[in-house]
Design a protein around this ligand. Structure first.
Ligand SMILES: [Zn+2]
Length: 233
């Protein structure tokens, strides 16, 4: 007998909201399989998109948005690789990003006899996002991550883990770039929030509940489990 009682969920959240960390714990602790569109596109670089006569890689590099149906076909292929997929807990990451993609996802789910169970909307102040992203840096030697506002090394300029004194920051972690990413996000996401509100599956998750980073991750995780009606493993 096959069951179709898996949870199919979507995370919506601005860069820096912490959804990546929460996705990881759902995967490792709660048996979720992630369908990550970013990874799919990276693995499909050589595939030709017929209507453009160009490869996925060429289109992405040129900043051209792939048509919704192309992305939807990739996602369908991934879902088909999973046995008994309707019974599995699936988390969609980086998809949908537009209203067209949200509609495509609804159709896709129907094909598999499913509907989206919950859409978790990570709510966080821009100010916190700025601090998280603009403040972050890492040890050049061991990769340990620090933050100017939330997590400094115990001894100035010395890595807690390896004692290294060299640190690096990501080039795109600057104010202009972040402002641009955030405005794009809000512009494209707002219609998705309305779309999922109408479907009655949207739940807000307060993504900044505590100033202690580790504690915050655990508290956000608890509220996600509560929304999904899952128990802590
Ligand atoms: Zn280090």
């Amino acid at each position: 007998m096959t069951s179709n009682n898996g949870l199919w969920i979507v995370f919506l959240g601005a860069p820096g909201c912490g959804k990546g960390t929460q996705a990881e714990s759902l995967i490792s602790e709660n048996n979720f399989t992630v369908i990550c569109v970013g990874d799919i596109l990276r693995n499909s670089k050589g595939k030709v998109v017929q209507e453009f006569g160009k490869t996925v890689g060429e289109l992405v590099d040129a900043g051209i948005l792939l048509p919704d149906d192309v992305i939807s076909n990739f996602v369908r292929d991934e879902l088909k690789k999973i046995s008994n997929v309707a019974s599995k807990n699936i988390l969609f990451d980086g998809f949908p990003r537009t209203l067209g993609q949200a509609e495509a996802l609804s159709k896709l789910s129907e094909e598999f006899g499913k509907s989206i169970s919950k859409v978790l909307n990570f709510v966080i102040d821009d100010e916190v996002i700025f601090k998280r992203i603009l403040g972050r840096y890492k040890c050049a030697k061991c990769g340990k991550i620090y933050n100017d506002f939330f997590l400094k090394p115990k001894v100035d300029n010395t890595c807690d883990v390896c004692g290294g004194n060299e640190f690096s920051r990501r080039a795109d972690d600057n104010k202009e770039s972040l402002q641009k990413r955030l405005s794009e996000y809000y512009e494209k996401t707002r219609p998705l929030i309305d779309f999922y509100l109408r479907l009655n599956v949207l739940c807000d998750v307060k993504a900044d509940v505590c100033s202690d980073a580790r504690m915050n991750i655990m508290k956000v995780r608890s509220s996600i489990l509560e929304v999904l009606d899952l128990n802590e493993n």
